[in-house]
Design a protein around this ligand. Structure first.
Ligand code: TPP
Length: 206
C-alpha cells in the first residue's frame, strides 16, 4: 500500500491503550508462523502471557535489541513476516536501528513500539517521550515512511493486518497506560533460543 493510505493521527490524539490487550490482539491475528521478537521486560512478559508460540523470541537482558534481532530474522527468512515489539525507553536507547532497518528495508518486517513514557520496569522513571519526543517522527526521519500512531484498538488491528498483507517495513507506535504485564517470562535463555530456532525451522524438533 502507499504511504498516503496510512491513517495519520498525532501522538497527542492517539488513544492510550493497554499493552497486554494489544499484544493478545496482535497474536490472535497471526496465522502463518510469523516470528515475534519481544523486547526486554514487560514487552516480552506480555508476549509470553499471550501464549507461547515457538516462533516467539523473548529478549531477556538488553534494551533496544528487538528490532535488530527481528531485522536479522526478516532478512534471513524473507518469506516469513516478522514483528518486533519494543518499549519506548528501549527504542530510545537504540535509535540507530531505525536507520539500519530503513537502509535494509525488509519488506516482511514490522516494528511495534509500546510508548508509556516510562522506563516502567525499573521504577517508572520518565523517558523522553513524556516530554515531547515523537517516535513516529523519528522513524520517518530515519527513512521508515510507513510509520504511524495507532489511533485506537481497531486502527492498531488494521495496521497489523496491513503489515501481514503488504510490503513493509512498517513502524507502528502505540500509546499505552502504566499497567503491569499479564505474566512473567520463564527466565531460561537456552530454552528460549532452542525453541525459537525450532520454531523457525533451522534446527530439528527432536
Ligand atoms: C543498557 C541497559 N541499561 C539499563 C538497563 C536496565 N533496564 C532494563 S529494562 C529498563 C527499562 C525499559 O524501558 P522500556 O523499554 O520503555 O519498557 P517498560 O519498562 O516501560 O515496559 C531498564 C532501564 C538495561 N537492561 N540495559
Amino acid at each position: 500500500m502507499s504511504n498516503t493510505e496510512l491513517q495519520m493521527v498525532a501522538r497527542a490524539d492517539a488513544k492510550i491503550m493497554n499493552r497486554s490487550d494489544l499484544t493478545r490482539r496482535l497474536v490472535a491475528r497471526l496465522n502463518a508462523q510469523e516470528a515475534v521478537i519481544g523486547g526486554i521486560g514487560n514487552t516480552n512478559f506480555d508476549l509470553w502471557a499471550s501464549g507461547q508460540r515457538p516462533q516467539n523470541f523473548y529478549m531477556l537482558g538488553s534494551m533496544g535489541l528487538a528490532a535488530p534481532i527481528a531485522m536479522g530474522v526478516a532478512l534471513a527468512q524473507p518469506q516469513r513476516k516478522v514483528f518486533a515489539l519494543e518499549g519506548d525507553g528501549s527504542l530510545l536507547m537504540q535509535l540507530g536501528a531505525l536507520g539500519t532497518v530503513a537502509a535494509n528495508a525488509p519488506r516482511n518486517l514490522a516494528i511495534i513500539v509500546w510508548d508509556n513514557g516510562l522506563y516502567q520496569i525499573t521504577g517508572s522513571q520518565k523517558t523522553l517521550t513524556s516530554t515531547g519526543t515523537d517516535l513516529v517522527s523519528i522513524a520517518r526521519g530515519a527513512g521508515l515512511r510507513q510509520s504511524a500512531w495507532a489511533a485506537d484498538e481497531a486502527h492498531f488491528e488494521a495496521m497489523v493486518d496491513r503489515a501481514l498483507a503488504g510490503d513493509g517495513p512498517w513502524f507502528i507506535a502505540v500509546r499505552i497506560d502504566g499497567a503491569g504485564p499479564a505474566g512473567m517470562t520463564e527466565r531460561d535463555p537456552a530454552k528460549i533460543r532452542l525453541r525459537f530456532m525450532q520454531g523457525l525451522g533451522v534446527v530439528s524438533q527432536s
